[in-house]
Design a protein around this ligand. Sequence first.
Ligand code: KIV
Length: 330
Amino acid sequence: MPWWAARRTSISMPGACLSWAAQVISQQDYRHATESNAVPAAAVRRRRSWRMGAGMSATAKPSNAVQVSELRRMREAGEKIACLTAYDASFALIEDRAGVDVVLIGDSLGMVIQGRGTTTPVTVADIEYHSRCVAPHLQRAFLVADLPFLSFATRERALDASQRLMQGGGAKMVKLEGGREQADIVEYLSVRGVPVCAHLGLQPQLIHKVGAFKVAGREDAQAEAMLHDARVLEAAGADLLLLECVPAALAKRITEAAHVPVIGIGAGPDVSGQILVLYDILGISPALSHGRVPRFVKNYMNDSATVEAAIRAYVAEVKSGAYPAPEHCF
Ligand code: KIV
């Protein structure tokens, strides 16, 4: 009996298959295949498809699917990262086709989908549901899902919510709001294999505590504190930082100090990438209808005939640096 057949028959536990595969590869190299010892390609294919599970090849992501390592490479190469929120399959398909690098299931869905005044009513079930709608339709873009209000108040809750969003929703990273006080949670998730984006600056989930949405880090002491928060969160394991409504000069300092990509929304041009809420760039957010247009919002439908053209224009302007222009910055 050739060695590969003996190896197959000696394995009865599915858990053993990874080491089996590793041994196939090393032994294949070692033996360098005499006619009788060579692993038949069909056997390798059969084994591979067994490991992947029936039907998985139909949904497998192509090799150009964006990963954390690609985001890091883009940051190092100075290539801007284009990020956008999405909440359903139709827009997910268009965003992916239009070249969006990172899609966020934001808790902004509380406002733009559910029509609430704030993000605080949004639940893990809501984010999981919308992640499930979006995830299967992204071939290339990297999917991040928000941990909603209080879902990461304890380590256990954060882990449970992350498990739901990653296993149930198909997200590849979770995002949570907060500064150094969240370092413990970030580390707890990160060492367990959960990639984390830490959201600093304006934190919409704090609305009932702070009373109003306003630019964060204008005062020197606040700016130093935010820079320190960014360092602490990165050291705790954050793979991505997000800055919302932060003066451009401070965002630049944080980006220069960080070793991970920094994504901005209302944080000026000197960051690794930009994110906006989909319905804002299409000019259809309820807030816009009520005449409240945040400074950093640009309506890309004004010069586009279709939704896809608008999203392509946004991506192109992020990549070229044309967005954000000075009038979008603080
Ligand atoms: O919830 C959201 O959509 C967000 C973005 C605005 C960054 O957090």
